[in-house]
Every structure is written in structure tokens, then in C-alpha cells.
Design a protein around this ligand. Sequence first.
Ligand code: SAM
Length: 406
Amino acid sequence: MITKAKLIDNVQFIYELALAQMELRSFGIEYKILNNLREFELLNLNFEKENMLVKRLAYFKTINSKVTDYYKIIKYNVTKSVNQYLTHWIYPYKGKFHPQMIRALLNIIGLNRGDTVLDPFIGSGTTAVEAQLLGINCIGIDVSPLCVLQSKVKVESIYVLDKIKALRNDAIRAFSSSNSGGLSLFLEESADYNGFLESIDDERVKNFYLLAKLVALSDQVRRSRKILDSFIKNLDLMIKSVEYYAKVVRELDLKLGMVKIMRCDARSLPLKDESVDGIITSPPYSIALDYVKNDAHALKALGYDLEKIREEFIGVRGTGSRRIELYNKDMIKCLNEMYRVLKPNRYCVIILGNATYQGREIKTVEFVIDYCQKIGFKLVNNIDKIIYGLYNVMQKENILIFRKVE
Ligand SMILES: C[S@@+](CC[C@H](N)C(=O)[O-])C[C@H]1O[C@@H](n2cnc3c(N)ncnc32)[C@H](O)[C@@H]1O
């Protein structure tokens, strides 16, 4: 009998087909691609390997007609976007990873339960959620307090779901009395809601309700929604996503990885030499996006001074071409740190694209490859990944896979 593996329907691009094959190879599977290009014949499968593939693969729908865990997980989604399942959707952060790609990369670089992956630019927490689901421990670092908050909420709320649900009505009451002005801006009037937050003992529950406020604020700033309606709608969706997460853990009998999220600077990591088993990350793409300006309303609502905090971010310090110089200097520090904390012979994946400045491409990808090779990383794969979307300025990014050679 032929053993077949079928790709998930949303696999459309060459880079995804490449990653799907790399996943199979990382589990020691030999295969033939069948004529329709969406099915593989698996050649050396035994019962144990079959179960492993069902539990771990990212790009496959079925193995030998058994439905994969991942295909079941992505059904638990409160949004219309296939990539925003479970808690991934919470907070509209610009520049999120495709979670499916991160799951595949965790497999490809050979990480297993109990190993630790580091993402020193954790952003919206994609690596943390995907590692947690696979039972891999994760250290997520970001200099942005907004990123730290959203990453924590996405992975920690599942442990306090009952406490979160018990406070839903109190939160809505506090929010509506903070916002008696309807469409008027919420910030100045939020004494009742702030009092509600202060009354919560458990840090994880408090973070959940703080983020719920920021989601509503961001909805109001970006789309002029009525803030109270938006608060209630998003709060209920957030609770539903965490319920889904808990359900998936139960139904698939997942043993979650431990996650630690920290607000720190990637230029100086608070980690010991050779202490992590893998790195998957995406630093700012040179000066392409001003993360401070982009999240100004939320950072202000969290009580931060924008000018002060700007100094800690890479890619936004200085002006004009000086900004690119500073970015390169900062990146060198980050890459040295990533090399230092990674165990020998393990892998570091960097996803990066070239931005444009005054009509010219800034060659950050080439700069990073050169520098990494100088300090002892060997480039083992460089995969072109197109960025799909009508309004994207950037056309492609690269998935760079390095190995730390001794
Ligand atoms: C491309 S984004 C990461 C997005 C992430 N992969 C995701 O899925 O959401 C880059 C991140 O680098 C962070 N960052 C900028 N300077 C930093 C620094 N010095 N240390 C740590 N993080 C920094 C920004 O806050 C931003 O979240």
C-alpha cells in the first residue's frame, strides 16, 4: 500500500513547498512528489514516525489519511484570516510572522520537547505561541513593552482562563463608566478602568485586561470605531480564543512548552553563553518601519515617553543615512549576542528583507550574511520568500538558516 501525505490547501508558494520538503527530511523521511504536486509518497514510514509526523508537521493536512494536529489547530480561529488562529490574532501588530512557517522552521532546525528556542525580537509573540504548542520552551525578548505585553497575554492567559472569565462583567462596567463620552477619546477618562486593573492581583489576568483596553484603543485610532462597542466585541473574541486554546490542548493532549517573555535589549542578552538550542527571529528590516511611531498611541497609553524609549530600539535611532549606520552597528551587537548564546552546531534562522532608502535598496540581507559568516555562522540555506499583498512595498524577504560551527 502507498503511504501518502497531502499538503494543506493554503500551501501556494515555492518557498512553502521547499519548507514542506525540509520538514519531511528533518524527520528522516524519504519521499517522492506525486504528479499533482500536492501529494507526497512517503517511502520509509513506520508507525512511530507516522505518529510523529501527525503531531508535528506544519504544511500537511493528512498522513496516510490521519488528520494532522496542525490542520485541527487552525480550525480554532475567531478571524477570517487562516493565519490568525488561537491567540495569534490578538492585537493588530504590523509585520507578524506566518505562524505556519515558524512551526515548520522549529521542525526543520531539529528542536524537540524540552529544548529552548530564543527569539530576541519576539514582536507579537508568534514564535512563543508556536513553540508552546509543540512543547518546546521559548525565551522571547523585545524592547517594546507593547510586544512584551501582547506576547505574554497570548501564551499565559490559558493558565488563568477561569479568573479572566469571572471578571468579564466587572471589566465592561468599569470600561463603560470610564467612557461616558461615547466616541470621545478614552485615555483621559479611564480612572474607573485603571482602578479595575489595579484591583487585580494576578499579573496574567491584569495583563489580559490591559491588552483588551489597548485592542479597543487601537481599533478606535485606526478605524474610528465606537470604543465601548469595540471593547466588548474584542474582549469576547479574546476570551473565545483562549477557550479555543484550552480546548485544543485538551483534545490533542498537548504538553505545552514553558515560555518566558522579557523586556530587554537584543544588543545585550541576559542569557548565559551557549544556553539555547535554536534561534528563530526577524529583526527590524533596517529602517523600513518606525516601530515607535507605529505604536505611539499604545506606548503612550502604557505610560512611556516616546523620545526616551526610541533610543532603545534598533532601526529608528538617528535621521537620514545616519539611521542606517546606527542600525548596522546595532545589528552587529545583536548578531554577536545571538552567536554567543547559541549552543555549538545548532541553528539560527533569521528572516529579513531589504528596505529602500531614497529609491535605493539597502543591502541588509547581504550585510547580515557577510557578518554572520565572519563570526562563525555557516549559511546552510537561503530561501527566497515572496511577500504577497497588493500594497506591499517590499517584494521579497529571505529565510536565512545558519549553523554555529565550532
Ligand atoms: C520584525 S519585528 C518582529 C516581528 C515578529 N517576528 C512577529 O511575528 O510579530 C521586529 C521587532 O524588533 C523589536 N526591537 C527593536 N529594537 C529592539 C532591541 N534593541 N531589542 C529587542 N527588540 C527590539 C521591535 O519592537 C519589533 O517588535
